[in-house]
Design a protein around this ligand. Structure first.
Ligand SMILES: O=C([O-])CC(=O)C(=O)O
Ligand SMILES: [Mg+2]
Length: 596
């Protein structure tokens, strides 16, 4: 690199110093300059240098100034700061991602703890509730049940051929907000933006998909602005054949090693589809397995404070859906690794179901018609429990309420995953504090309105003694002059790193063990300082390095267990992973050899 020449103005100096490009990802091609200016993937906005503007024939299309990428980020942040509503900030950021993708990711990376709640939970929940109103640009693919028989042809319309990761939803259980139909598209879009922001998976390799099979939500069916198929949900064989065709079409179009992450499907479908596809496709369900992994990581970290093992604890769940059963299964696996038998481990895991009367309305679909809660016990009427719940049913007389369950089971760990905002009320939290010196309280449901309690309630009603984590972020809380920094037990600590590891190793399927490996790695990354501040997770500002560390462990696991297909095996796995990651620097737009 040459020395600065004081006679040149600052723009010419930057050109001369080659500060605009990294050379290795230079973009020289047949695209016209004007196309590049307007294409989110190539645009640099005001960061195009004068040299580039002249070379590309866009000179005069931009004002004179050339901005440093860091100045562009500052400018975007100033614009964001002018907006009062989070939903407006979300819309601004999404439109930025459509104009200048790299700048969008640089803005996210500039302050991940501030930006994440705007593109992810909780704001993404609001965005989904208003998706038909705020939808402006085509983002991702909508494949409707009307496309059945032609899904492969529809996928061929996607302009990128090297898709490595798909996040797919059918919109039936969007966060804890229920059936939002095609409005659920915000979720795959948001999750994949974290693939890039948190794990450096290239945006061009990511494809968000909404499978529009209708919706059963009356208010959405009646919304004149609704962007989706205005029909009731397809179910039964029709639904199953549609999903099956989709899975095979993805493999035919993008290859067997294209990762398919299931997100926010309803309970019964989520479990069924996971067990149907997990052995023959590269797939996982984030709500079951990602949530389980992050919760187990938090538990493992909390045990460092309590200096116990997982097997020394009794866990009580509120909820017996995807998250609760996923966490329970992974805890079972971890306790068995610690030496317990399956039966001994199950005796430590209790669940309070949302409903005591669940009726089978389809061979695989159960619906609740009478919502009164109760502990899952074996004496429930046969047919009232799904196979997954039955797995954790206790031999015990009926226990009807959560408070009664806390009194009788005397758990040290209380986990909320029932999307019942406020269910951990003062009585429940005080009971937990009576029973335990240091109760562990996880309020994992999303978005914030569905959290079983707030951070403030947890610390206040346990007199500052609890260890708390939540799925959506809460601000620090001061109680009795001590400041607590609640950790965000959100699957975003897990799924980007798992995806990066799976892709780098070229895994063709993802065994359950991967999620325990990821949990253990994440728990190792929690420092004494984090724990002292009351946080069970590393700070969000370090989440990219967490993803890389998780990916490294998974790549090692994959090679050790014969699951990797990428040859030759990289010697330095972390370096190999880093080399695959998205470069936040703008690529050079003109040949590197050209100098003014
Ligand atoms: O999206 C999130 O924040 C976590 C998640 O998967 C869910 O709640 O469904
Ligand atoms: Mg989800």
């Amino acid at each position: 690199m040459s020395k600065p020449d004081s006679k040149l103005d600052k723009y010419a100096q930057r050109d001369r110093l080659g500060l605009w490009g990294t050379g290795d990802n230079e973009v020289v091609g047949s695209l016209s300059g004007f196309t590049r200016l307007l294409d989110k993937r190539y645009s640099k906005g005001l960061a195009f240098t004068h040299e580039e503007r002249q070379q590309l024939g866009i000179h005069g299309m931009l004002p004179y100034v050339v901005r440093e990428p860091s100045e562009q980020v500052e400018h975007c942040r100033a614009l964001l700061a002018r907006l009062d509503q989070d939903l407006d900030k979300y819309m601004y950021l999404i439109s930025l991602s459509e104009r200048n993708e790299r700048l969008f990711y640089n803005v996210l990376s500039s302050d991940i703890a501030y930006m994440m709640p705007l593109v992810y939970t909780p704001t993404v929940g609001l965005a989904c509730q208003r998706y038909s109103l705020i939808h402006q640009n085509a983002k991702g693919m909508f494949i409707s049940i009307k496309d059945k028989g032609h899904i492969y042809d529809v996928l061929k319309n996607w302009p990128e051929t090297d898709v490595r990761a798909i996040v797919v939803t059918d919109g039936e259980r969007i966060l804890g907000l229920g059936d939002l139909g095609a409005n659920g598209m915000g979720i795959p879009v948001g999750k994949l933006s974290l693939y890039t922001a948190l794990a450096g998976i290239k945006p061009s390799q990511c494809l968000p998909i909404t499978l529009d099979v209708g919706t059963n939500t009356e208010s959405i069916l009646e919304d004149p602005l609704y962007i989706g198929l205005r029909e009731r949900r397809a179910t039964g064989d029709l639904y199953d054949e549609f999903i099956d065709e989709f899975m095979h079409a993805c493999v035919r179009r993008f290859g067997q090693n294209c990762l398919i992450q299931f997100e926010d499907f309803a309970n019964a479908n989520a479990f069924r589809l996971l067990s149907k596809y997990r052995d023959s496709f590269c797939t996982f369900n984030d709500d079951i397995q990602g949530t389980a992994s992050v919760a187990v990581a938090g538990l493992l970290a909390s045990l460092k404070i309590k200096k116990t093992q997982l097997k020394d604890n009794t866990l009580l769940f509120l909820g017996a859906g995807e998250a609760a059963l996923g966490i329970a299964n992974l805890c079972l696996m971890a306790m068995k690794v610690e030496g317990l038998t399956e039966e001994e481990a199950k005796a430590r895991i209790w669940m309070v179901d949302r409903c005591r009367y669940i009726i089978k309305i389809h061979p695989d679909t159960y619906r609740c018609f009478l919502c009164s809660r109760g502990v899952i016990t074996r004496d429930r009427p046969k047919g009232g429990l799904t196979e997954h719940k039955l797995h954790f049913a206790q031999l015990h007389e009926p226990i009807d309420t959560l408070a009664e369950a806390v009194r009788k089971v005397r758990p040290n760990v209380l986990i909320g995953a029932a999307a019942q905002g406020g269910a951990f009320n003062q009585e429940i939290l005080e009971l937990m504090a009576d029973i335990n010196e240091t109760p562990i309280i996880f309020a994992l449901s999303n978005p914030t309105s569905k959290a079983e309690c707030t951070a403030e309630e947890a610390y206040t009603y346990t007199k500052g003694r609890c260890i708390f984590a939540s799925g959506s972020p809460f601000a620090p809380v001061t109680y009795n002059n001590k400041k607590f920094y609640p950790g965000q037990g959100n699957n975003s600590y897990i799924f980007p790193g798992v995806a990066l590891g799976v892709l780098c190793a070229g895994m063709l399927n993802i065994p359950e063990q991967v999620f325990l490996v990821a949990a253990e790695r994440l728990a190792e990354l929690v420092s004494k300082d984090d724990l002292a501040k009351g946080s069970l997770y590393p700070p969000l500002s370090s989440i990219v390095s967490c993803s890389m560390a998780i990916a490294e462990r998974i790549v090692e696991y994959a090679y050790k267990n014969g699951l990797a297909t990428v040859r030759p095996e990289p010697v330095n796995k972390l370096a190999f992973i880093k080399a695959q990651m998205y470069d936040l620097d703008y690529p050079r737009s003109v040949p590197a050899t050209y100098k003014m």
